[in-house]
Design a protein around this ligand. Structure first.
Ligand code: F6P
Length: 558
């Protein structure tokens, strides 16, 4: 176990924040009126991201105390340890080096006697050659046809990053190629994703860090059967190709466990590796992003990596008081530990980012949903909040009611882009401007609300005035960038990676393990035989489990 983390409650900054939170009465209307430069003082640039913190529940004193807290818990040292390759993932005794995945070629980082940057670049060169071959039609399927669909099979970090980034960057994707993503062990997922595809033009990428994940291996086997049967059916009775020959042209793998890839029947020559120092939820910029590299091409993928690098450099070099990920992480601590927030909404005003909240759920909640610290002792404060969200404007017509007028504090990040992916016009109206008007309106309404007098001034019947009052002082952070390019997406992901890291450091937890996912996996393997009729296994279950197994057996239609 590592050296004991600093107990954040023992710091002078925590004492200050506790004092400031006592009877804290935010008043954004007054704060903006009193300080015309509030927005200027609380707006920061991280690469292409303009980040406005001025609508947060933040006074100068709170900000100073949060900055001091970052210093007192040793955030800069811990950050440097991570970038250096120290084993800060203590429960797995691993370095945490996703930042090495996007270092510039030739920048040399020696870890354990090896230059990890050169290792990363060597894999990238192979991925880029593969991507070029698929895109150009040099890589052909078994029957000689070019590939039209790439199906990524993976789950968790081996799915959420690739699918999120593919959806976000679709306008950059190769026109003749479609990507699909199979993740769920529910057979509906494979059935629906394979529907309508031609085996002869379909290429599978089996993505699994461990190559031992039940869902992924099951879906890979289902897909291999579908592929081989499809190719055989088309070949007719005279020419029966072997499984190996078909798989060799239609299956590649991404994993750290290349021995298991070979066992599955995929030629290691068609496998792309990565390393145990890349966590699954931090792996979209490793070989796990191969489907994205095929879709958008090597040049764009390099831009994606460069975007991460821009924010890494910002995080590494800026003092905490101007360090955007550090400030946003510390603000989350303020809301979570001092103002009672239990959730955090992420609301992209960009349909292309519709999977971004789901991606962030794994990044933040698998990282910071912890109850012991990195030395094994219990945490001393509440830890990770629930992240959730949907694209605006859809969310406005669903759950914003609660954020505006409910009784809970829900800090929210609003994300928008100056340039739309598709510049459509309705008559004379630029539709993107309608979207941006909503982005601006919501953050304004949340911050400044509407008083009873303002409601009355609209001629509202007195009886319903209370229902129409907006209290305001609902905190938001607004993020805007010129456009959702590959680089900007990389910047956004790196921003949230480092926000998550910052919070984990304050709480003293290992943000890079995920033991909490294990028990359920073990029990699923134990329970499965009960469903197929093993009475001894059934008898060993609790009564609730037994009752549902019986319900299943009685109601299953075949
Ligand atoms: O079950 C959680 C998890 O281990 C995630 O951390 C990971 O991203 C996912 O499963 C998939 O794991 P793998 O890439 O090894 O298949």
């Amino acid at each position: 176990m590592g050296a004991a983390p600093v107990d954040p409650r023992s710091t002078a900054a925590w004492a200050s924040l506790t004092r400031l939170a006592d009877g804290f009465t935010p008043d954004l209307r007054r704060w903006f009126a009193d300080d015309p430069e509030r927005t200027e003082h609380l707006s920061f640039d991280a690469g292409d991201l303009r980040v406005d913190l001025s609508r947060n529940l933040l006074t100068g004193e709170v900000l100073d105390a949060l900055v001091a807290l970052g210093g007192e818990v040793g955030l800069p040292d811990r950050r440097d340890s991570m970038f250096r390759g120290d084993h800060i993932n203590v429960t797995e005794d691993r370095a945490v080096l996703h930042t090495a995945l996007r270092r510039a070629a030739g920048s040399n980082l020696e870890v354990g006697g090896a230059d990890v940057v050169e290792e990363v670049r060597a894999v990238l060169r192979r991925i880029y050659a593969f991507a070029d071959d698929v895109r150009s039609g040099t890589w052909r399927g078994f029957t000689g046809e070019r590939i039209r669909t790439v199906v990524n099979i993976g789950i968790g970090g081996s799915d959420l990053g690739p699918v999120m980034a593919y959806e976000a960057l679709k306008p950059y994707a190769h026109e003749g190629l479609e990507c699909r993503f199979i993740s769920n062990i529910d057979p509906t997922d494979a059935a629906e994703k394979l529907a309508g595809l031609d085996p002869a033009t379909t290429l599978f990428i089996v993505s699994s860090k461990t190559f031992g994940t039940l869902e992924t291996l099951t879906n890979a086997r289902l897909s291999r059967r579908w592929l081989v049967d499809g190719i055989r059916a088309a070949a007719g009775a005279d020419a029966v190709p072997s499984d190996e020959a078909v798989v060799a042209r239609h299956f590649v793998a991404v994993s750290t466990a290349l021995d298991k890839v070979a066992e599955f029947g995929i030629d290691p020559a068609n496998a792309f590796g990565f390393w145990d120092w890349v966590g699954g939820r931090y792996s979209v910029d490793s070989a796990i992003g191969t489907s994205l590299a095929v879709a958008i091409g090597p040049e764009r993928f390099e831009e994606f990596l460069a975007g991460f690098r821009t924010v890494d450099e910002h995080f590494q070099t800026q003092p905490i008081e101007r360090n955007v990920p550090a400030l946003m992480g510390l603000l989350n601590v303020w809301y979570t530990n001092f103002l009672g927030a239990q959730t955090h909404a992420v609301l992209p005003y960009a349909q292309s980012l519709h999977r971004f909240p789901a991606y962030l759920q794994q990044l933040t909640m698998e990282s910071n949903g912890k109850r012991v610290r990195w030395d094994g002792t219990p945490v001393t404060t509440d830890t990770g909040e629930v992240f959730w969200g949907e694209p605006g404007t859809n969310g406005q017509h669903a759950f914003y009611q609660l954020i505006h007028q409910g009784t809970r504090l829900v800090p929210a990040d609003f994300i928008a882009f100056a340039t739309p992916a598709y510049p459509l016009v309705d008559g004379t109206t630029d539709v993107h401007e309608l979207l941006l008007a909503n982005f601006l309106a919501q953050t304004r309404a949340l911050a400044f609300g509407k008083t009873a007098d303002e409601v009355r001034a609209e001629g509202t019947d007195e009886a319903i005035v209370p229902a129409r009052v907006f209290p305001g002082n609902r905190p938001t952070t607004s993020i805007m960038a010129p456009a959702l390019t590959p680089s900007v997406l990389g910047q956004l992901i790196a921003l949230y990676e480092h926000i998550t890291f910052t919070q984990g450091v304050v709480w003293g937890i290992d943000s890079f393990d995920q033991w909490g996912v294990e028990l359920g996996k073990q029990l699923a393997v134990q329970i499965a035989p009960a469903l197929s009729g093993d009475d001894d296994v059934l008898a060993a279950q609790d009564t609730s489990t037994q009752a549902f197994v019986r319900y299943y057996q009685e109601h299953r239609q075949r």
